[in-house]
Each structure stands twice: as C-alpha cells, then as structure tokens.
Design a protein around this ligand. Structure first.
Ligand SMILES: C[S@@+](CC[C@H](N)C(=O)[O-])C[C@H]1O[C@@H](n2cnc3c(N)ncnc32)[C@H](O)[C@@H]1O
Length: 367
C-alpha cells in the first residue's frame, strides 16, 4: 500500500508531495511517540523499567514474575517498548533487555528518570472531555478533576529541584546558603506536597519553614512526611493565596520561594504583591517558573514548546480559569513574568537558566 504522499506524487505536484511526505512522516512518528509515552507511564508506575534495570535479558514470564503482574499485559507492553526502541529483543531466546543507557534515563535508580514526565500524558488526557467543554463554553477545569496531579508534580519537582537545590538553585542568591545555615524564616508559596521544604528543613535545622497551598490533600501529605522525618521546623497550611496581597503578614519571611507556582494561580499579581509584602528588609524571593518567551512565534524553537502549550491548555491555564483567574498559562514567558514582578514591586530582577533544566527559568528577585 502506498502512502498518501506517494499516491499524490506527480511531476507537477512534486514540491507539494515532498512537503506532504515529510509531514506525513512526522505525524506517524508523533503517533508512535504518543504510544511510547502512554506505555512508558505505565512502565514507570508499575515498576517494569526498574525490574529491568540490571540490563540482564528477561522473558515476559520472568518480568511478570518479578513485578507480580499479568504476563499477557507485560508481553504486550514489551511489544510496545520493542517497537518504540526502548528495549532490545532477542527473538531466538524470547527475551528482552533494557540497555544500560536507557536504564539510566527511565528507572528510579538511574541518573535521571524521564519516565516520570510520561505520566503527564495520561494525566492530561483524563480531562479531555472537560477541556472540550471549556473550549465550547469557556471556564476552566478545577484542580480536583486531576486525580494524580500532586503525586506526579511531586515526582517532577523531586527531579528538577531536589538534586540541585543546594548546589545550584539556592546559591543563585549567594548569601542564601550561609543565611539558611544561621537561621532564617522561609515560606514556600504554592508548595504542593512540599518536596523542596522537606529537603531544606532537614538540611537547615536552625531555619524555620512554612508551606502554603490551596490543596488540602497535598498539604496533608507534606505534613505526614514532615512528622515521619521528625522535622519540628516545618509547618504546612492550606491557604488560598488569591488575596495574598491583602492577607500576607508584613515582613514575616527572609526568603520566599515558588517552584512552578505563579502562572497557574488564580491571581498571580496578588500572590506576587503578597510575597513582596511578606518579605523582611534584605529578603529574597526565588522563583522557578517555565522558560519561554511570551510570543508564539519565538516559542517555535523551544525544545519543549508543543508539550508545554499542551500542559497549559489541559492544566495550568484551565485550573486558573476555573478559579475565575487570569489564566496566564504555562507559557506566560519571560517578558510577561518580568512585567508582573515589576508591578509587584521588585526592582532587583535577575533571571538564570541552569544546565540540568531546559524547562525552567530561575529568578532572583529583591524589593
Ligand atoms: C504546578 S504546582 C507546583 C507545586 C510545587 N511547588 C512543586 O513544585 O511540586 C502549583 C501549585 O500551586 C497551587 N495553587 C494553585 N492555585 C492556588 C491558590 N489560589 N492558592 C494557593 N495555592 C494554589 C496548586 O495547588 C499547586 O500545588
């Protein structure tokens, strides 16, 4: 059977046929990649990659035995992973293996686990019907509709923030490591499950840490974990920050952080003005937020542009709109971010990128 491009290919239509062929190939690849991502999410959640991390050949029966899963499903998953070039197959032996270079990037024991991010695809797909209704009638999809959001987000920040928090992120404000060592008051706004707070509270026992977030379940998770870790210098509070400009306690904190937590707020400017108000003299606001321009045409070259606009449409923009908010979206971009920071009253504004993280900018903001 010929492809659409071959069927259309005549001398007169040659340039168009070449375009068509390239585009068709791209769409087929995208479909395959979408399949890989769905299967990769399952492989991550069920520990299938981890069970292959040793790089040794294993049959579908062996892998099912190791993971306690149904062999028929495991075999089909191995088919997808083979066709997607994630695992190697030995047809003679009927065995499969995860090459070490792949194990380094899709297992919990590897250098980085990119399979974590695959979970966003089914997570976003789970609200497709709701988002379609929003396209038709406006409005937004509330946070409660995303059943696994906080779990997946905590895994995400567990990778983008935690491994470099002490060596690369906090030193972006050079005084911070020493001040944290000596003892300061720290707020993480929109903390989710509080991964960064848990790590900082453990590392800096002389400092006091507070986490605010709208989501009671995420806060409860952080609280339980803090208790389990025996952390007495960390508290969490379920709090809507939409009116933080009015409710923030003045000069209560020496450091405020937000990790990916401004653009999807209902009222980002109120949050930022509240942060400005709650910073003590000499205080610092450290914000990690998405690296993008504020213009579609400039985001064409963004290495993750399409997926981040999809995340925006299916999550960040819509959860803000669901709260009657601005709906800034994931890709609000540097220009808009800078404008918001200035309008909130920050005058010392630096923006950095870190080599491990193509997705985020790191802002150091001072009043
Ligand atoms: C993208 S998540 C980031 C969570 C966390 N900082 C991390 O990096 O894992 C954004 C967070 O902002 C919180 N949030 C959204 N709207 C909020 C509001 N109006 N008030 C307080 N928190 C809000 C969400 O519940 C969510 O936990």
């Amino acid at each position: 059977m010929s492809s659409i491009a071959e069927r259309r290919s005549t001398a007169a239509e040659e340039p168009e046929a070449a375009d068509l062929e390239a585009f068709e190939g791209r769409l087929v690849q995208a479909l395959n990649d979408a399949g890989v991502m769905l299967m990769m999410s399952i492989g991550h959640r069920l520990g299938l990659f981890d069970a292959m991390a040793d790089g040794a050949p294993v049959t579908s029966t062996g892998l099912a035995g190791r993971t306690g899963l149904d062999e028929r499903y495991v075999r089909e998953w191995l088919g997808a992973m083979t066709a997607g070039r994630i695992v190697d197959v030995d047809p003679e032996a009927g065995s499969y293996r995860l090459p070490p270079a792949h194990a380094a990037l899709v297992t919990r024991t590897g250098e980085a686990n990119l399979a974590v991010y695959a979970q966003f695809i089914p997570l976003l797909g789970s609200v497709e019907e709701d988002v379609i209704e929003c396209f038709r009638h406006g409005g937004g999809v509330p946070y409660e509709r995303y059943h696994r959001f906080h779990e997946v987000m905590a895994e995400d920040s567990g990778q983008t923030v935690l491994p470099v928090l002490f060596d690369a992120i906090l030193p972006l404000a050079p005084e911070l490591p020493d001040r944290l060592e000596q003892g300061i008051r720290v707020l993480d706004a929109g903390c989710g499950r509080g991964q960064a707070l848990l790590a900082m509270a453990e590392r800096y026992p002389a400092s006091r840490f507070v986490g605010y977030d709208l989501a009671e379940d995420a806060i409860a998770w952080g609280r339980t974990r803090a208790e389990e870790q025996g952390l007495t210098n960390l508290t969490f509070e379920a709090r809507d920050l939409s009116d933080f400009d009015a409710t923030a306690e003045p000069e209560a904190f020496d450091l405020v952080t937000t990790f990916d937590a401004v653009h999807d707020q209902a009222n980002p400017l109120a949050l930022l003005r509240g942060i400005r108000r709650t910073l003590a003299p000499g205080g610092v606001y450290l914000a990690q937020d998405i690296h993008a321009s504020s213009h579609h045409h400039l985001d064409r070259e963004h290495p993750m542009g399409a997926i981040l606009y999809a995340v925006s449409t299916m999550h960040c923009m819509t959860v803000s709109l669901a709260q009657g908010g601005d709906g800034l979206g994931t890709m609000w971009g540097r220009e808009t971010a800078r404008d918001y920071f200035q309008r909130a009253g920050f005058t010392g504004i630096e923006v950095h990128q870190l080599p491990h993280d193509i997705q985020n900018d790191y802002w150091i903001l001072r009043p």
